[in-house]
Design a protein around this ligand. Structure first.
Ligand code: OAD
Length: 265
């Protein structure tokens, strides 16, 4: 494997500029984001030891079909709490940088594809127009009883009825991917296609531990893309990334975008 840039780990500005210059030359940029990009909007991540959601709550009870069927009210109370938190949240400079980058790249006739594991819709709110949401969307719901039932948006927040029901009184569930569930096949195919076709993949705010999402940047790397990671911590992707920038997405992404824009031909 080509790890020639892999000594580029850290937080100094020369490294950030080098990564930005690599991105500036790309005709196709793909992005993979995780919970860390929303941390600066006040939304907790999953795996931080003290503050992460999975440190405080039992994922099996709150994020699995079995847990839901055992106690739908309990699961919906948790989602109602998260929906309220998301409703109050605003996109941060990291989300905004990706939205501007998409616009700028399209203006130049280039391609920019964002893939996210987040369900909070903050990339959309920031103005990103083409987002592959691998794990679903917290505002969408579907019937739990009917396989392949069509998802629809439920904006009621806080919920007036817990658990919420559809027009025929059917039990509704959040349209998100729970443990043990398959991701939407079409989304997954599109995300892997982006990984195979891009010249640069930026991976921001994810521990890169959850599959299949974590396989997408690895695939990009194997297909010859330059992989740029943005994360305050070392992750399981760091050793494979060409540039592993240490810092927050709210700080580093706007700086990287501005530099890439200024040097792009
Ligand atoms: P994690 O909680 O596993 O990881 C969050 C990552 O963000 C960590 O690597 C942090 O170091 C990093 N981070 C924290 N603050 C940051 C900041 N300000 N800027 C940039 N990075 C920061 O979250 P994910 O990797 O997104 O799945 O988790 C993946 C999936 O696991 C989630 O989509 C969810 C969860 O179970 C489902 O619900 C299906």
């Amino acid at each position: 494997m080509d790890n020639k840039h892999n000594t580029n780990r850290g937080s100094d500005s020369a490294m950030l500029k080098a990564a930005a210059e690599a991105a500036a030359g790309a005709h196709y940029i793909a992005v993979m984001t995780g919970a860390g990009v929303s941390a600066e909007s006040g939304i907790p991540t999953f795996r931080e030891a003290q503050t992460g959601l999975w440190a405080k709550y039992d994922p099996v009870m709150l994020a699995s079909y079995e847990g839901f069927m055992q106690d739908p009210e309990n699961v919906w109370r948790w989602y109602d709490m998260r929906r309220q938190k998301v409703r109050e949240a605003r996109p941060n400079p990291g989300h905004n940088a990706f939205a501007s980058w998409e616009q700028e790249w399209r203006r130049r006739g280039r391609t920019f594809q964002l893939v996210t594991q987040n369900i909070d819709d903050l990339h959309g709110l920031a103005g990103s127009s083409d987002v592959i949401e691998l794990h679903g969307n917290i505002w969408m719901v579907r019937s739990v009883d009917t396989p392949h039932s069509k998802a629809f948006r439920l904006d009621d927040c806080p919920l007036s009825e817990i658990p919420p029901r559809g027009k025929d009184e059917e039990l509704l569930r959040p349209h998100v991917v729970w443990f043990g569930e398959m991701l939407d096949e079409k989304n997954l195919i599109e995300a892997f296609r982006a990984a195979a076709e891009c010249d640069v993949m930026i991976v921001a705010g994810t521990s890169s531990l959850v599959y299949p999402a974590a396989a997408i940047p690895i695939m990009a790397k194997r297909e010859g893309a330059i992989v740029i990671e943005v994360n305050p911590e070392d992750t399981s992707l760091s050793a494979e990334a060409d540039y592993s920038l240490r810092g927050t997405s709210g700080e580093l992404l706007p700086a990287m975008y501005e530099h890439a824009k200024s040097v792009a031909d």
